[in-house]
Design a protein around this ligand. Structure first.
Ligand SMILES: Cc1cc2nc3c(=O)[nH]c(=O)nc-3n(C[C@H](O)[C@H](O)[C@H](O)COP(=O)(O)OP(=O)(O)OC[C@H]3O[C@@H](n4cnc5c(N)ncnc54)[C@H](O)[C@@H]3O)c2cc1C
Length: 924
């Protein structure tokens, strides 16, 4: 009776909101706070009070939700006397070895520090290894009880009274992908733009994830990065890009008439057939699906299988298994995984994340604390614990709504009201259609006499077709955002084939909220979520059902199969009845998102688009909780994407900081990437054409004025003079930075190496930087080096190896090039240098800004050194007389030369004016 009252008023309001409603909307007749809320009803309140629209949190408020202090007491008792021990320091700590966590950790581990060292990365995983051992067999891993999260089961009621689901996610290395149904779908590439990520970035991240990564140090092959096939069968072969994925294709010619006609019926409602769901920008269409299953071979090639091929025996793939596990035992990399390591809280210094406190447990007793460790993170903590555990960990660490933190007695680190809110999910239901087609001979029947899909039955996956379509606003089949999926399974019922059409709502509007109820880190949170509370969600599902009934089931293509469908058309025709049927049959699909969402205009969130937790530093979230809206595929591929992107964001931030100008005794300087501790001052003295007494005097004054970098070359013939000035200067040698260059005539492995040795001997000291002077002979009349008989490219590569040999012997501290264009740089990089190209010295000034080359160098972290900063001789001093320069010079009160030098230096480019007149300028 009372439920009816609430239902009557339910339809008008928006759902899932837990504040801002006037009480009057919650309370009528005998419904009141006393009747509905309060401790005596436990966590959920009086069940008689709630329907889709009205929830405990919404009406009673969070303050009334029981706090469960008994859990706190349990926690305190279980940790009493167990001191926090020091667990050591890592560059990065990743919490959670799931889809996203394993991706981010392995990408970080594969990268180098600016000094060319591997990062130390630690993955903390609360679950065990045993899941990893089982994942090879999709069925067994899914059914193994250890693979689930007993501590995170969440009960919530839906639709009608008394219906409760147990919400579980995967637990152990591999995370939820160790127990999932292995459907791999990117969704539409364009929808990720809304989260602040570019289409190019997303596409390249997906391609990277889908490329083979069998061994540490494996370099993606261009072959796997070619564009994806766009549809034609001829595009498909054994060389599809990607790895550990299997395309379960449904080719019409391989399908029996029932399915061929079904595809044709879908095409009739403008849902086109497609071979590869990743072949287009949008996933709209009907066809097969990629599976996260491999072929079992270590250098697995991506494969296509048809619906008739058995999938059994194709091992499950997870990002842990594919990307992280290969690092085990690799001496060149430092990725460690600690299992049974339950992250209790993130430790902070102010608002800077500095580590993680963990409980060490065991397989036998996952909730019994054996030891507690505090592990320090030098750079960042990345939380990838999944949609339920991530907001809980943030909350218990002090990042949440202050009122919520006060309720729990947790000190505030950062006020973040969106933590735990905006939970949403893909929900759906199934429609069964009986056909007049006899089941094929030997059709596998399940115990109850018909086949239905059940988790882990990989045979079933082969019989599937998937349709992604737009059902919003009765615009079915129109190109536009995909908001519904129809998943098709075949079965056998009473001797005849049956078709199960599972309709999944991809863009649910209903939002829910997680509530942390105690300070016990292992206690389940409460989930306040009523699917379909937002009436738009029912509308989209109803649209999809009607589209199926009217456009597909009633089509002429399906007429020969005499479909018997439940529910009947009378239910579908009447919206009220249909809505009621939807409510009664709704189910969830375990694709939760949103509890630590990305912050956007008008929709405050928890992380920015680079996944940094707002209000803190050195802390990111990388899992599906960051999605403000569900991507229109299933959630595993999007989880992997978040991991891949997170690693890119972290590494980019670090590279940016490293590229920033550093101080040096000789003024501003840049750290040379890949050469530990080598910083190149930006203000230098060029010595082209200056020899003998002239160079000695000029360099001495430059040093006296504070300058420390000197640029020379074999061709300048002044090494001996420079060496003498350096030796006599009394400046500590480590403060002086000497650059020299090897001419093309001395290229070749032995020749270049020996040229460096000669230069070092002439200088009487090591070189700080040595460059290949030109990519080939500048003057055509110059004699050709021995190696030019092969090709200049091969010659440069051999010369580089000669430089590397000199480096290994300590004759020089960093290597680079001069006058190299993009073509030369990319060829040298492609030829596989062992040491990075640290510097390119080029002519550079406002009259020749070399934009494309600079962009390339920036991308490759190659620092620039400019010559001709005041305009090359060809400009004949016109630069210094330029009205534009004169204007700036007047405005800032500096000479035109200073303005031009400053133009480069403030962009992080080193300058080396060689006219002694400008020494003062160069060092000021
Ligand atoms: C039954 C089922 C079937 C599914 N089928 C599909 C499908 O076919 N296709 C698809 O795309 N998606 C599917 N999904 C969803 C998809 O697998 C998940 O959305 C995705 O794997 C989530 O990845 P994640 O990295 O965000 O989190 P997870 O993979 O869940 O990783 C989180 C990890 O963190 C660990 N952890 C949690 N708390 C702590 C802590 N305090 N300390 C240390 N570690 C912690 C967990 O043990 C876990 O390993 C399915 C889900 C389920 C449950």
């Amino acid at each position: 009776m009372v439920v009816g009252v609430l239902l009557a008023i339910a339809s008008a309001s928006t759902a899932g909101v837990t504040s801002g409603l006037p009480d009057a909307e919650c309370w009528q007749d005998d419904f009141n706070e006393d009747f509905c809320c309060g401790d005596r009803w436990g966590l959920t309140g009086n069940p008689a009070c709630w329907n889709e629209e009205f929830t405990y949190l919404r009406c009673c408020g969070i303050d009334k939700l029981p706090r469960r202090p008994d859990d706190d007491t349990k926690w305190e008792a279980s940790t009493a006397g167990i001191e926090l021990e020091d667990g050591g320091e890592y560059d990065f700590i990743v919490v959670g070895a799931g889809s996203a966590g394993s991706a981010v950790a392995s990408r970080l581990a594969a990268a180098d520090t600016v000094d060319g060292q591997p990062w130390r990365v630690l993955i903390l995983e609360a679950g065990s290894w045993s899941v990893a051992e089982e994942v090879a067999d999709p069925d067994r891993s899914a059914q193994k009880k250890e693979s689930w999260w007993p501590a995170l089961e969440v009960n919530f009621s839906v639709g009608r009274e008394g219906r409760t689901w147990t919400y579980a996610t995967g637990r152990g290395v591999g995370g939820t992908a160790s127990v999932n149904s292995m459907i791999y779908t990117r969704g539409s590439i364009f929808e990720y733009e809304a989260f602040g990520w570019s289409v190019d970035e997303v596409l390249s991240a997906f391609k990277n994830l889908e490329a083979p990564m069998e061994a540490p140090g494996f370099k993606p092959d261009a072959h796997y990065h070619r564009p994806l096939p766009t549809g034609g069968l001829e595009d498909l072969g054994s060389n599809l890009p990607g790895s550990h994925l299997t395309l379960v294709s449904a080719f019409p010619e391989e399908l029996p008439p029932l399915f061929r006609n079904l595809i044709a019926a879908f095409e009739g409602i403008r849902v086109p057939f497609r071979v590869d769901p990743h072949g287009n920008a949008t996933n709209q269409g009907i066809g097969g699906m990629w599976r996260s299953m491999g072929c079992g071979h270590p250098r697995c090639q991506p494969t296509r299988i048809s619906r008739v091929t058995a999938a059994r025996g194709r091992p499950r793939s997870t990002t842990y298994k594919d990307l992280a596990a290969p690092f085990h035992g690799s001496p060149a990399h430092r990725l460690e995984t600690l299992t049974h390591a339950f992250a209790e809280r993130i430790s902070f210094d102010g608002n800077k994340a500095v580590g993680v406190e963990i409980s060490v447990t065991s397989d036998d007793a996952p909730q019994v604390v054996q030891r507690r460790l505090r592990i320090r993170a030098k750079h960042e903590v990345i939380v990838a614990a999944g949609v339920l555990a991530t907001p809980k960990l943030l909350t218990l660490s002090g990042v949440a709504e202050p009122k919520e933190l006060a309720r729990l007695g947790v000190p505030v680190i950062a006020s973040s009201p969106s933590v735990s809110r905006h939970f949403h999910e893909h929900v759906g239901l199934s429609i069964v259609a009986h056909t007049n087609v006899p089941c094929p001979e030997g059709y596998h029947l399940s115990e109850d006499g018909h086949t239905t899909t059940h988790l882990g039955n990989t045979d079933q996956f082969i019989g599937q077709l998937y349709a992604f379509l737009n059902a919003t606003d009765n615009r079915p089949g129109e190109p536009g955002p995909v908001d519904a999926e129809v998943m098709l399974l075949e079965g056998c019922l009473e001797g005849h084939l049956s078709l199960t059409f599972t309709i999944i709502l991809l863009q649910a509007r209903t939002r829910g909220r997680l509530v942390v109820q105690s300070r016990h880190p292992m206690a389940s949170p409460h989930l306040d979520y009523k699917p379909l509370s937002n009436s738009d969600d029912i509308q989209v599902i109803a649209n999809t059902i009607r589209l199926l009934y009217q456009g597909v089931f009633a089509s002429e293509q399906m007429a020969p199969f005499e479909l018997g469908i439940s529910p009947g058309v009378e239910v579908v025709a009447d919206f009220q009845k249909l809505a009621q049927w939807i409510r009664a049959n709704i189910y969830y699909y375990s694709h939760p998102t949103g509890t630590a969402r990305i912050d956007r205009d008008g929709a405050p969130g928890v992380v920015d688009s680079q996944l940094r937790v707002l209000g803190t530093t050195n802390l990111r979230v990388a899992d599906t909780s960051v999605y403000p809206e569900s991507p229109s595929g299933h959630s595993d591929a999007p989880a992997r994407l978040v991991g891949e992107l997170c690693a890119r964001f972290v590494l980019r931030d670090i590279a940016r900081a490293a590229d920033q100008v550093k101080e040096h005794p000789g003024g501003p300087a840049v750290q040379l990437r890949g050469y530990r501790g080598v910083r190149m001052p930006l203000r230098g003295f060029g010595t082209n054409g200056v020899q003998g007494e002239k160079v000695r005097q000029s360099l001495t004054s430059f040093f006296q004025l504070g300058g420390r970098m000197v640029d020379t070359a074999v061709l300048y013939e002044n090494h001996v003079d420079i060496g003498r000035v350096v030796a006599n200067s009394k400046i500590p040698r480590e403060e002086v930075f000497i650059v020299s260059k090897i001419p093309p005539t001395q290229m070749g492995f032995d020749e270049t190496y020996e040229a460096v040795l000669r230069s070092v001997k002439e200088l009487g000291t090591h070189l700080d930087l040595v460059l290949l002077h030109w990519p080939s002979n500048f003057d055509k009349k110059d004699p050709l080096p021995a190696c030019a008989g092969v090709s200049w490219r091969a010659c440069r590569a051999a010369a580089w190896k000669g430089l590397e040999k000199a480096y290994m012997e300590g004759k020089v501290r960093a290597l680079g090039v001069s006058n190299f264009g993009v073509k030369h740089l990319s060829a040298l990089l492609a030829d596989g240098p062992s040491l990075p190209i640290a510097v390119n010295q080029i002519e550079l000034h406002p009259w020749w800004p070399q934009l494309a080359l600079r962009k390339y160098c920036k991308e490759k972290h190659i620092a620039l050194m400019a010559y001709g900063s005041l305009g090359s001789s060809l400009l004949g001093g016109a630069t210094l007389r330029s009205p534009a320069v004169a204007k700036v010079s007047k405005r800032v009160g500096r000479s035109p030369a200073q303005v031009l030098l400053r133009w480069a230096v403030q962009q992080g480019v080193a300058v080396i004016p060689c006219n002694p007149k400008y020494i003062a300028h160069a060092s000021s």
